[in-house]
Design a protein around this ligand. Structure first.
Ligand SMILES: Cc1cc2nc3c(=O)[nH]c(=O)nc-3n(C[C@H](O)[C@H](O)[C@H](O)COP(=O)(O)OP(=O)(O)OC[C@H]3O[C@@H](n4cnc5c(N)ncnc54)[C@H](O)[C@@H]3O)c2cc1C
Length: 361
């Protein structure tokens, strides 16, 4: 195999993983970002390395199975920056999904993981749940189900990824916006044109826009869905999955440390040029759903901070946008001569995506 000079555009989890995988095969890799690594979407996730239990209901079984295998890869890659967490679904009178249905979903999730399972799925009585979450409203609590998943320790994990990239020889070029791509291997920065054997467009939510700005036709486009999270001053010993009353959506409450939890997320259609921030309405929506479940509700003053990111949802250009909430979080790879573009994906499947792209190079 001959050594190639490769430019990767975008240093989110996908770009970093692609750059690392290419460098590990002996290629010379430069990784460009208009800001710094992990500055955009990849810093705004729900911090789960997971198969995505809710995708079972939506029928994306293959994607769930593949991501569950990837989840195991993260545990091995970064044992000190990942942890197994038990997630509890409380079920109330009138909840959209009953306790047996949730337990069945949780069992399928465990079964799909097979030998990569990280813990058993369980059925719980109301008493069990009150014991684990003393602050849950007891009236109407029917019990629930629980399953195990993997959560990242965000800062140590991105440090691991950046260290690994540098160890493999990736040169990270920060604060350098790529203005234009060409399918023959050239890229334009603000003041020069650089030439490579291969260029990989991993600009995440901006990947399709960058192609459009470069007058390069693509069979794919990206729909953008903003998701916001709150960090709250609150003490939960385990993670909760709440059913948003009157909706099919679920909201996660994940302990970050003994005094703080992460609450999210929302799903709002987003126009890319607009600022990516958690709006007051999203903040109120998230807090209200949590408070509908708590005997001692939290106040707006318990919100320590908020953040938002935009999910890149890939779609063939000739199809109409579907329901964003149930759209697949799968990724697509498109090759035009010396240019490879990646669209969509998840944190969880980024390392696998990196290997797939490196094999194509
Ligand atoms: C609210 C939310 C929750 C999520 N939760 C989870 C979860 O729990 N688990 C999970 O597996 N996945 C989750 N995801 C999905 C996951 O976070 C994303 O799919 C992933 O982070 C996308 O990474 P990326 O590298 O493609 O994009 P990004 O992280 O956005 O990286 C793209 C990079 O490209 C750079 N860039 C853009 N244009 C240019 C240019 N012209 N020149 C140079 N640089 C450029 C940007 O600065 C940016 O750093 C979530 C996503 C959201 C939004």
């Amino acid at each position: 195999m001959s050594t190639k000079r490769i430019a990767v555009v975008g240093a989110g989890v996908n770009g970093v993983s692609i750059a690392t995988a290419c460098a590990s095969l002996g290629h010379q890799v430069q990784l460009f970002d208009e800001s710094t690594p992990f500055d955009q979407t990849s810093s705004a996730s729900s911090r789960m390395l997971h198969g995505g239990i809710r995708y079972i209901e939506q029928g994306h079984i293959g994607l769930v199975r593949e991501a569950l295998i990837e989840r195991d890869g993260w545990l091995r890659f970064a044992p000190n920056a990942t942890r197994v967490e038990r997630f509890y679904f409380p079920v109330y009178e009138g909840s959209k999904r009953g306790r047996w249905l949730l337990f069945a979903g949780a069992l399928i999730y465990q079964w799909l993981a097979g030998r990569f399972s990280v813990g058993t799925s369980q059925l719980h009585s109301g008493e069990d749940l009150k014991h684990v979450f003393p602050n849950l409203i007891p009236q109407g609590l029917r019990g629930g189900a629980s399953y195990c998943d993997v959560v990242m320790e965000y800062e140590p994990l991105i440090q691991c990824l950046v260290d690994e990239a540098e160890r493999q020889g990736v040169r990270i070029v920060e604060n350098t916006r790529i203005e234009r791509l060409y399918s023959d291997g050239r890229i334009d920065t603000a003041d020069q044109t650089l030439e490579f054997d291969r260029v990989i467009n991993a600009a995440g939510p901006w990947a399709a826009k960058l192609l459009e700005a470069s007058d390069i036709e693509s069979g794919f486009t990206i729909d953008h869905v903003r998701g916001s999270h709150l960090i709250l001053k609150a003490s939960f010993t385990k993670a909760l999955v709440l059913q948003a009353p009157g909706e099919r959506r679920i909201i996660f409450v994940i302990p970050l440390d003994p005094e703080h939890v992460l609450l999210g997320t929302t799903e709002q259609k987003h126009d890319l040029p607009d600022p990516i921030v958690c709006t007051d309405a999203e903040s109120a929506y998230l807090l209200e759903i949590l408070n509908q479940h708590l005997s001692e509700p939290l106040a707006a003053s318990d919100i320590v901070s908020s953040f938002a990111g935009v999910r890149p949802i890939v779609r063939p250009r000739d199809t109409a946008p579907g329901d964003m909430s149930s759209a697949s979080r799968d990724s697509e790879i498109e090759i035009s001569d010396r240019l490879i573009s990646v669209f969509g994906g998840k944190w969880t499947s980024a390392r696998r995506l990196g290997e797939k792209v490196a094999a194509l190079v």
